[in-house]
Design a protein around this ligand. Sequence first.
Ligand code: ZN
Length: 465
Amino acid sequence: MTDAPTLERAYRVRLSPKPAQARVLSRLFGARRWVWNWALREKDAAWRADGTKLSGIDLSRRYTALRQAPETAWLATLPREPFNQTLRDFDTAWRNFFGGRAKRPRRRKFGTVQSARFTLDQRRTGLVVIDDRHGSVQLDGIGRVRFRVTAPMPGRLRSVTVSRDGAGRWFACFTADGVPTLAGAPATVPSIGVDLGLKDTAALSTGEIIVAPKHLSHHQKRLRRYQRHSVRQRDAAARRQGLDPARPFPKGTRVEVSNRMRRTKAAIGRLNTRIADARRDHHHQLTARLVAGAQVICIEDLAVKAMARSMGRRAFRRSVGDAGLGEIRRQLAYKAAWRGRVVSIVGRFYPSSKTCGACGQVHAGLRLKDRRWVCPACGANHHRDLNAAKNIEREGLRLLAAVSGRPERTRRSRGSDARGEHACAIGVSSPAGQPSSWNRELDYRAATPRPTRQRRDGPPPRVEG
Ligand SMILES: [Zn+2]
């Protein structure tokens, strides 16, 4: 174990497989889907026959037999490693189901599996070669595949996931450990509060509001139009076959796919990837800026999934999901760790919008549509989101101080410097590579004596139906 703090991270690069390699990769994706569905059938059949619960090891053995069987020998022409991953994922999916954390694993439909993971054997040298602008990775059964290098990739590369997106572009996502941190770069402000709004906006306690790039909403409008086209074309095709598009089709019916429908589908795929790209870019710019500028970044714990679930109206639910709050938090966490910054998470029951930043009065009657409001107690005039951002900053700093006052809650407290302590507890991952529980360390309820609603640890256990 070395003294210098290191962490894990991932690098996503654009991959350029040769046509023959692309064909093998496509077959591999399809075969991974096939093996998943095969495993599902095996497990079901064994359970129905005599109540046998097939374990991951049982399935792995059966899979080996499958590769040797003459009628499924085609499997043996593909590399084994990505299928081990499939079977591991399958096992995890069932474990999550039995643990009440996920739904029952389902059949994978055609075209839904578009990735394959390969471990990079650390005993072999030269698997990944990187020169100035280009690199290549040796994949079992595929050969050497080239990729573009846009930034340095420090650390030890452990695995690579090859994928294809809706626009037909190929990517490789490398995971690395032992990546040295960039701690020590000075910040321009000691702390900043961020109020993440819907529609990809972010209000900063410095008084600034960051809006998503215009082309994002432009693409979204176009996407909705294409989706309407797609539905209309499918309905028209159904009518041509004598079906009623307003009713569910009889099982096994296949609607003839016209070239026009294919073109619309392709356009939708391209637009979706553009939207995802624009959004990812926007999020990266935002988080990079926050982490570069401030030593302590205070942000709200919105429990994105719970919020999206509980919201009844579909449009609102979509905008919550769209804003990618979870993704912003994920990026903040790893970038903060990388730079030695601190992320302080304010609990989701803290009334950041309703609290007056000037006098501390909680204005319970504030409605969601009130963009500006005047405090009934002190008369201060507030911009809703900027006021929230300032409150989040204040509360985040208060939490940091409160938690550092209780050294037993921080796992590795060294010395009396509150910030240093939390940089250890939150900012930098543990030597074993396990990310420290940065959101739990600073749980709002943990530091506040006030009683709040109890959070459940997970969804209630499901009853198998
Ligand atoms: Zn006030």
